[in-house]
Design a protein around this ligand. Structure first.
Ligand code: NAD
Length: 484
């Protein structure tokens, strides 16, 4: 059976305590994950601190950048291994993982390696009170040992989104992958060794949150900052842990994103866009739209068209021909999503399509599949409109005016993303200005330029990563003032 070891100081380390890793499409056990305890966390922190003082700490930016390019190239060379690992962990369609997860996982190293090489810092010259001159300039230094706490929905992509810039900036990282998806982070350890990344620079510790590796890493005084993607509630616990020693955090948290479709939208493109934003990755995307608002003149037509799209999505495992939607990540998450399906029914929703589990046979008979689901007719106070479900489902409600659409979109504690569909340029820009989010897509969804800022407003996050914004978190900007 496959063993997922911790990766500490360039070595794969077994522990006595293990837990099972299952394939969500088949519910079969894939391997055993070795859980890290306080001892392993202490060892990783010590190795991370030593690396900052060693070869890695002395390495030139150019050399570091070359090494990170080599990491990306090695991921691409081992593309099939990464793909197989991600598919076994998540059960998502092969086409999705091969077009998004793995290529982006590699790209995250290249983009930040280039940014770090090319972004200047500020410098000023001034006249001093005694009539002399002084110049000041900024120097970026690494934050130190960075704790990287990851979710399960886009395991390699979201992990490298943080590890790429952290390493580019000269930090060392201790990654805690989700307990549901340990594989690609572990495999990346092999890549780091193959290309010669020094010991202690990239480390992986497996386990859970409270009372396990997650808590031990975030509470460790030798960890200088924590970058986290996951649920808002977990973010609160991590923020409390980071308060000790006032250590900085960067948070990418939950969402309850609105999709807004105006009557003047290109109808087919809007339907295609909302189909993706509601159902891609089985709805397990933080940027997904679980609330859809459609302008009244096209409401009925839109509901009917989205229903047809949802019903056309073939449910199944990664390699089923034409598969459009895979399983949820775990039995536990399936139970959570189905509890919302039951709540929607109890609260009086009209179930346009779905609402239950599909009948699967063969190897997928015990996979964690649910039907893509659409509701209408609920009041805005309904649980499925207020709370993040993280499943392949959405509620569609009509609206009349632009002002009403803005008010509906903003009536949530979250503020991660929105997707707006209209052909009226002025309206598009007004919506972008008025909706309280970190990311606003116009006539698109999940289209990313990695040089741009990514993050959430309100309860959806703290700080921004992406492009030069990542440098703000992963470095300390030191100002040097020189009196001439
Ligand atoms: P989660 O918060 O349950 O877990 C995320 C990670 O935190 C896991 O590795 C987990 O082991 C760890 N963890 C849990 N409790 C901890 C604690 N007390 N201390 C330290 N670590 C702890 O999230 P999830 O279920 O893995 O992911 C889904 C969530 O992530 C959704 O809410 C989704 O919206 C959010 N998400 C946000 C973004 C974004 O960019 N904003 C991206 C992807 C996912």
């Amino acid at each position: 059976m496959k063993q997922f070891h911790n990766f500490i100081n360039s070595e794969f380390v077994a522990t006595a305590k293990t837990f099972e890793n299952r394939n969500p499409a088949t519910n079969e056990v894939v391997g055993q994950v070795h859980e890290a305890g306080q001892r392993e966390v202490d060892a990783a922190v010590a190795a991370g601190r030593a690396a900052l003082k060693g070869e890695w700490g002395r390495m030139s930016v150019v050399k570091r950048s070359e090494l990170l390019h080599a990491v990306a190239d090695e991921i691409n060379r081992r593309f099939d291994d990464f793909l197989a690992a991600e598919l076994a962990d998540t059960g998502k369609p092969r086409s999705l993982a091969s077009h998004i997860d793995i290529p982006r996982g590699a790209a995250n190293f290249k983009v930040f390696a280039d940014i770090v090489k090319n972004v200047p810092t500020e410098s000023f010259q001034m006249t001093t009170p005694d009539g002399g001159t002084a110049i000041s300039y900024g120097v970026r230094t690494p934050l130190g040992v960075v704790g990287v706490i990851c979710p399960w929905n886009l395991p390699l992509l979201l992990m490298t989104w943080k590890v790429g810039p952290a390493l580019a900036c000269g930090n060392t990282v201790i990654v805690k992958p989700s307990e549901e998806t340990p594989a690609t982070a572990t495999l990346l350890g092999e890549v780091m060794n193959a290309v010669g990344v020094p010991k202690g620079v990239y480390q992986v510790l497996h386990g859970f949150g409270p009372g396990s590796a997650g808590e031990f890493i975030t509470k460790h005084p030798g960890v200088n900052g924590i970058t986290f993607t996951g649920e808002t509630r977990t973010g609160e616990a991590i923020m409390a842990a980071a308060a000790k020693g006032v250590r900085p955090v960067s948070f990418e948290l939950g969402g309850k994103n609105a999709g807004i479709v105006f009557a003047d939208a290109d109808f087919d493109k809007a339907i295609a866009g909302i189909t993706r934003s509601a159902f891609e990755n089985c709805g397990q995307v933080c940027l997904g739209t679980e609330r859809v608002y459609v302008q009244r003149p096209i409401f009925e037509k839109f509901v009917a068209a989205l229903k047809e799209k949802a019903e056309g999505l073939k449910i199944g495992g990664p390699d089923m021909p034409g598969v459009g939607i895979g399983p949820l990540i775990s039995a536990e998450h399936k139970a959570k999503v189905l509890s919302y399906y039951a709540k929607a029914k109890a609260e009086g929703a009209t179930i346009v399509t779905g609402g239950g589990t599909p009948t699967m046979d063969g190897e997928y008979a015990h996979g964690h599949f649910v039907q893509p689901t659409i509701w209408t007719g609920l009041p805005e106070s309904a649980s499925v409109i207020r709370e993040e479900i993280f499943g392949p489902c959405c509620h569609i409600a009509p609206f009349d005016t632009e002002e009403e659409a803005v008010a509906l979109a903003n009536a949530t504690d979250y503020g991660l993303a929105t997707t707006v569909w209209t052909q009226d340029l002025g309206k598009a820009h007004r919506m972008a200005a008025a909706i309280e989010v970190g990311l606003c897509w116009i006539n698109s969804w999940f289209l990313r330029d990695l040089r741009t800022a990514f993050g959430g407003a309100k309860a959806s996050g703290i700080g921004r990563e992406g492009g030069v914004h990542s440098l703000e978190f992963y470095t300390e900007l030191r100002n040097v003032m020189v009196k001439l």
